[in-house]
Write a protein that binds this ligand. Structure first.
Ligand SMILES: [Zn+2]
Length: 177
């Protein structure tokens, strides 16, 4: 899969933090050529698509709350369009940098506690930054995955101010830090 190599090249905007935990090649990265229907333990029928997370996405999930990680894994199984994860847990230093650059507005970010991830569609080997419908479609997939997993999530694209298309988080009220 070329996706993994290209993902590595994509400029990370939040740093790997403490995420380098020696995750090697993921088993079966080359396998899974689409088409069959799987049933998970809850009996939900899911179409197994051809997409799998690359090493970079897997590294970004290290330290992320297991409920949110579960949603991401289910989403990659059901998504009709490939996507990746470019940010999971951030250190305070990384967050300070993003605030200074105006890429984040708060030092109270849910990334600091492992309650947020940033994801991006991956279309024709690129991130379609200006293609809002692609981000909306990915959000629909994430929300569907959250429904399947019985996990409540919030999408930054639904926020009235400082719309944050890549951002998904567990709600503060049900998941206090
Ligand atoms: Zn975010």
């Amino acid at each position: 899969m070329r996706q993994n190599e290209e993902e590595e090249e994509f400029q990370q905007d939040c740093g790997a933090g403490g995420n380098e935990k020696g995750l090697g090649e993921q088993e079966g990265q080359e396998a899974e050529q689409s088409g069959f229907v799987q049933s998970d333990e809850k009996g939900v029928e899911m179409i197994q698509t051809r997409f799998l997370f690359g090493r970079r996405s897997m590294r970004c999930l290290v330290g992320v709350h297991r409920d949110l990680a579960r949603v991401a894994h289910t989403a990659i199984n059901i998504t009709p369009v490939d996507f990746g994860i470019h940010c999971g847990v951030r250190s305070i230093k990384e967050q300070e940098t993003l605030v200074r650059l105006g890429r984040s507005r708060t030092m109270d970010s849910r990334h600091l506690t492992g309650h947020a991830i940033d994801v991006h569609p991956w279309i024709d080997g690129a991130i379609p930054w200006d293609d809002w419908p692609a981000w909306k479609a990915l959000a629909d997939t994430m929300k569907r995955a959250a429904e399947i997993e019985g996990v409540e999530i919030e999408w930054g694209g639904d926020w009235a101010r400082f719309i944050d298309g890549p951002h998904f988080q567990l709600p503060r009220k049900s998941y206090p830090a």
